[in-house]
Design a binder for this molecule. Structure first.
Ligand SMILES: NC(=O)CCC(=O)C(=O)O
Length: 271
């Protein structure tokens, strides 16, 4: 039985300067740990958030500095740490990266690895992004048994694809960690309703850690990081523009109670 514990979503305003981003991440992780967090989630592309055309130039390798630094922070603060996502050089392709998220355990062990499977390719009147031209999409989902429960991974745009979350739930997910750099325009319209829907329909906790700054001189992120319970209640919420941490209690007994009182997951019919 896993007792209730505190989780934190870290909201950042990453830009193109890696050292400043890493300092911000490190100090917010320390603050979250000091406030009692045992599970901490960083946002999407937290070490480098710039033009997609520059992702490969700023990409890391699997034995690179940022991942090792995150592993050491998990050990130092005794955390389950979802290290947001990081652009990692794609193997066999000199032009592309994978948008990869790792979860470390309190002994520094790698518990889970996930490459974002849905690339953000959109043409809105004032936001055009073609992530797939520079990012190779992943093809595998991941749920891992951590000391704090079964953690499933998704990244940002994945939030729009309910089937991902349903698969993860079928694989045992209780808590979804969702690093994001959700845009301001789409966030105002869709962020909360999508994240709450995923929590409600799968009866899971969602820890959604978003970026909140302006990047690539043109894309404003929405902030409003959230921790949502399996009933769909927003337990904690970040501001629109300020980096910081939000904290909330994760109680897997509450999850089990909701699933038992309203057993919608067992009532599914495909015909
Ligand atoms: N980085 C992303 O995947 C952004 C997704 C987003 O903003 C959306 O509206 O979806």
């Amino acid at each position: 039985m896993i007792p209730p514990f505190v989780a934190a979503a870290i909201q950042m305003s990453s830009g193109a300067e890696k050292s400043a981003n890493l300092e911000q991440a490190e100090s917010l992780i320390a603050e979250a740990a000091q406030q009692g967090a045992k599970l901490v989630v960083l946002p999407e592309l937290f070490p480098f958030l710039g033009k997609v055309t520059e992702l490969r130039k700023n990409a890391e390798t699997m034995d690179g500095g940022t991942l090792e630094r995150m592993r050491q922070l998990a050990i130092k603060h005794q955390l389950v740490l979802c290290a947001g996502s990081i652009a990692i050089e794609a193997s066999n392709d000199p032009n592309k990266v994978v948008n990869r998220s790792l979860v470390f355990g309190p002994h520094g062990q790698t518990l889970s690895t996930y490459d974002k499977i849905h690339c953000f390719d959109i043409r809105l009147p004032d936001v055009t992004v073609m992530e797939s031209e520079h990012v190779r999409a992943g093809s595998q989902l991941s749920v891992s048994a951590t000391p704090l429960g079964h953690v499933g991974q998704a990244i940002c745009y994945d939030l729009r694809f309910p089937e991902v979350f349903r698969h993860l739930t079928e694989d045992g997910m209780q808590i979804c960690v969702l690093p994001a750099a959700f845009t301001d325009k789409t966030g105002q319209a869709h962020w909360e309703v999508l994240a709450r829907a995923r929590a409600i329909e799968n009866q899971i906790y969602v820890i959604a850690a978003n970026q909140c700054g302006l990047y690539a001189d043109s894309i404003q992120c929405y902030g409003n990081s959230m921790i949502i319970d399996p009933w769909g209640e927003v337990l904690a919420r970040g501001s629109s523009r300020e980096p910081g941490i939000i904290l909330a209690e994760i109680d897997l007994a509450k999850l089990r109670r909701i699933r038992s009182e309203l057993p919608a997951l067992t009532h599914r019919r495909l015909a």
